[in-house]
Design a protein. Structure first.
Length: 289
């Protein structure tokens, strides 16, 4: 099944447990898939963690293990960040210099040993999570739980948006990015309940999260250029590259402002009311079928 509730779920709570178990199993399988490159496996592992954390946030009030498991998944993803950040910084630099009209010579790909070690550790962590998940206690997860969880994440997204647009720092944009990503994943979880209404909103939220992600990748690159440019393994004019990164971020920020205003235009109260109506209608249609 996909990353969403299904008509085959006996209850909303059962659907939560099923989705969580599926994502954990996919995280393990992806981390151990030797047919994929380490870089791809790290990307997929981190993606599964983001989906799990968005799911946990959606049912937070009725998920007793929320604090423990959300922190556990966050830390498991962070264990992959060092190798991922250096690889992404390298790829971002190559793309950036191409954009700036100053393409650079590229040597052999960055070594994968650190990523492989991290993936092995990550798979073990996910197996421990899988074992604990068999004993998770959940309350009466219902329509109001899901709508309230969505509202809480959305409100945080609006707040971090205001901070990013006020302070315009890399840290503020990164914080907004996290909640934009949670919101996008939560819309994906609920997309099926809204028929043809939600896909465009889901896409807009995804586009915003992607742009904020590119902004963050440039920030990571700039930190590497400012501190340890030799770690990239590429000969580059550091001053030129940092100036190009700043210009590229400014370009992204113009598009981010437009999309951010669109995605976070609604009040949290109105968003919750709208999704309660969607979910009520969805459950009635499910019962009728």
């Amino acid at each position: 099944m996909g990353f969403e509730w299904s008509r085959d779920d006996a209850s909303i709570a059962d659907g939560f447990l099923r989705i969580a178990h599926e994502q954990i199993a996919k995280a393990i399988a992806g981390a151990e898939n030797s047919e994929e490159s380490p870089a791809r496996r790290v990307h997929e592992a981190r993606r599964r963690c983001k989906k799990l954390r968005a799911l946990f946030r959606l049912v937070r009030p009725d998920f007793a293990a929320y604090e423990t498991e959300n922190t556990f998944v966050r830390d498991a993803a962070r264990g992959l960040a060092q190798a991922r950040d250096m690889r992404v910084a390298r790829g971002t630099l190559i793309e950036l210099m191409q954009w700036a009209g100053r393409p650079i010579e590229v040597d052999a790909d960055h070594p994968a040993e650190v990523e492989l070690e991290g993936l092995s550790r990550f798979a073990g962590q996910m197996r421990a999570l899988e074992h604990r998940s068999q004993g998770w206690q959940v309350g009466r997860i219902d329509i109001d739980t899901l709508a309230s969880g969505l509202k809480q994440t959305y409100r945080r997204g609006r707040w971090t948006r205001r901070l990013a647009e006020k302070h315009r720092t890399d840290e503020a944009f990164h914080e907004w990015r996290k909640y934009a990503k949670y919101h996008w994943n939560q819309l994906g979880l609920l997309e099926h309940c809204a028929g043809d209404v939600l896909p465009s909103a889901h896409k807009s939220a995804g586009d915003l999260a992607d742009l904020l992600g590119q902004h963050h990748d440039l920030a990571v690159l700039d930190r590497v250029l400012a501190t340890t440019p030799e770690a990239l393994g590429i000969e580059v004019d550091v001053g030129l590259a940092r100036a190009a990164a700043a210009r590229r971020q400014q370009e992204h920020e113009k598009r981010i402002a437009v999309l951010g205003a669109q995605v976070f235009a609604e009040t949290p109260k109105a968003l919750k009311a709208r999704f309660v109506a969607y979910l009520d209608d969805w459950t009635q249609r499910q019962a009728a079928e």
